[in-house]
Design a protein around this ligand. Structure first.
Ligand code: NAD
Length: 245
């Protein structure tokens, strides 16, 4: 028996990193998981995994979101994972960087929730988990101006949804990781030009002395999606190795 037997789950940005590991964790717990992403080639690596259905979905496209909503009538869990880091201070951020950050990181959640909350309501409830970050309203982090503004908005959106729908059986929480060892983190580390120092610096800022693995975050998300957490809604859960203590 899995904790998610009989549940239908949708995950955005499911092709790599935290999204991919969470898709696999939900499937292992018995769910039917719609793994979605813009990167179809990576997504296709999940074809054949028991319980996983892959679909191309760009979270900035209403057309893609509406097409998926047409296909799926019953959904129990929505994990809005898609996000993108624009690296820069306020003065280094162009209006186009700001707008793209908001489109991918938060308006995406508005779109997905608009499409799938009605289906959850028709089904008597549901569960939404949004991806925020420690770099948000929780902590000021250098060179993360637009990113942190979007991730703070995720916390606000999460609480608003939780408040509006708690009496209708929908829970909504968000997770706030510190540094997680994922492909895009490795890209950022390489871009510094001194990989060894960059890794050491990332590790040094988390007092537990290690980077999170995607598994660590996936375990938390499955817990928040399961009935084990049935009394938890409207929270931002920090999972950052003590970075923001
Ligand atoms: P990643 O950055 O390695 O991969 C991101 C995935 O998102 C890719 O598969 C990419 O194709 C997909 N994607 C990008 N734009 C998309 C779009 N428009 N529509 C659909 N999919 C799109 O993954 P990650 O590092 O695990 O990050 C996942 C989430 O976790 C993001 O929201 C990120 O901000 C958040 N997060 C990551 C860390 C970290 O240290 N890695 C820390 C805190 C929060």
């Amino acid at each position: 028996m899995g904790r998610m037997d009989g549940k239908v789950v949708i995950v955005t940005a499911g092709a790599q990193g935290i999204g991919r590991t969470t898709v696999e964790a939900f499937a292992k717990e018995g769910a039917t998981v719609y793994a979605t992403d813009i990167n179809v080639e990576k997504l296709n690596e999940l074809n054949g995994v028991k319980g996983v259905i892959t679909r191309k979905l760009d979270v900035t496209s209403n057309e893609d979101v509406n097409a998926l909503a047409k296909e799926i009538d019953t959904v129990h869990v929505l994990f809005n994972c898609a996000g993108w880091v624009f690296n820069g201070t306020l003065l280094e951020t162009q209006e186009s960087d700001w707008d793209l950050s908001f489109d991918i990181n938060i308006k995406s959640m508005f779109r997905m929730c608009k499409a799938f909350i009605p289906k959850m309501l028709a089904n008597g409830g549901g569960n939404i988990i949004n991806m925020s970050s420690a770099a948000s309203s929780i902590k000021g982090v250098p060179n993360r101006c637009a990113y942190s503004a979007t991730k703070a908005s995720v916390i606000g959106l999460t609480k608003a949804i939780a408040a509006d729908y708690i009496k209708k059986g929908i829970r909504c929480n968000c997770v706030c990781p510190g540094t997680v060892d994922t492909p895009s983190l490795r890209d950022r580390i390489r871009a510094t030009g001194d990989e060894e120092k960059a890794v050491a610096d990332f590790i040094a800022r988390q007092p537990t002395g290690e980077l999170a693995k995607a598994d660590d975050i996936a375990n938390l998300i499955v817990f928040l999606a399961s009935d084990e957490s049935k009394l938890i809604s409207g929270t931002e859960v920090k999972i950052d190795g003590g970075w923001t203590l």
